[in-house]
Design a protein around this ligand. Structure first.
Ligand code: PRP
Ligand code: URA
Length: 209
């Protein structure tokens, strides 16, 4: 089973509470999602592979660590995942960015795929799929299916708020995928929204509705 981790650093908790507030407007929502994503990037990149390198300091030669250069791809699930890309790129600036377009049918709650564009060497990359919300898990499961179909192997999901139902569904469908979330909430309501959650992440990020 893949790793499941709640990244509940005090700064992350504080910032998440700001965007849960229904009175938080689009500008602040967007800025704070960006800040949380940057903090999460720090945590989710902890196990990036290192290798030895010789370096000459002003005092003498030594052997120290440097990133081994495993290539990274950040893959947002459109639309809401877009809000997490820039924060991740702040810490991993050389990453390539793929896109998976998907929306949830409001009646069936089933995801509908409408766009996939990935780096051609996706099978060699460590992949961070980003989407603020893991609700029923349908979108994340379909995104992982789409990535694996194109050769992706090293996959993790980074989200802000997860429902227990979504975590269970994703773990069952893709036991190899690590899941990182800033919060594990209580449940889903009858409309498939996370409770207490933060509402519709895409609409709040882009000011639609
Ligand atoms: C939201 C969210 C996830 C999905 C989660 O996207 O960003 O992609 O719902 O729900 P699930 O786990 O039940 O599939 P939405 O369909 O609202 O599209 P949007 O990002 O374009 O607003
Ligand atoms: N998608 C969202 O944007 N919010 C939820 O609570 C559930 C799915």
């Amino acid at each position: 089973m893949g790793k499941f981790q709640v990244l509940d650093h005090p700064l992350i908790q504080h910032k998440l509470t700001i965007i849960r507030d229904k009175n938080c407007g689009t500008k602040v929502f967007r800025e704070v999602v960006n800040e949380i994503s940057e903090l999460m990037a720090y945590e989710v990149s902890r196990d990036m592979p290192l290798e030895d390198v010789k370096v000459e300091t002003p005092i003498g030669w030594t052997t120290k660590k440097t990133l081994s250069g495993k290539k990274v791809a950040i893959v947002p699930i459109l639309r809401a995942g877009l809000g997490m890309v820039d924060g991740m790129l702040e810490l991993i600036p050389a990453a390539k960015v793929g896109h998976i377009g998907m929306y949830r049918d409001e009646k069936t709650l089933k995801p509908v795929e409408y766009f996939v564009k990935l780096p051609s060497d996706i099978s060699e990359r460590q992949i961070f799929v980003v989407d603020p919300m893991l609700a029923t898990g349908g979108s994340a499961i379909m995104a992982m299916d789409a990535l694996k179909k194109r050769g992706a192997k090293d996959l993790r999901l980074v989200c802000l708020v997860a429902a227990p139902e979504g975590v269970k569904a994703l773990q069952e469908a893709h036991p190899d995928v690590d899941i990182y979330t800033a919060a594990l909430d209580e449940s889903l309501n009858e409309d498939g929204y996370i409770v207490p959650g933060l509402g519709d992440a895409g609409d709040r990020l882009f000011g639609t509705k």
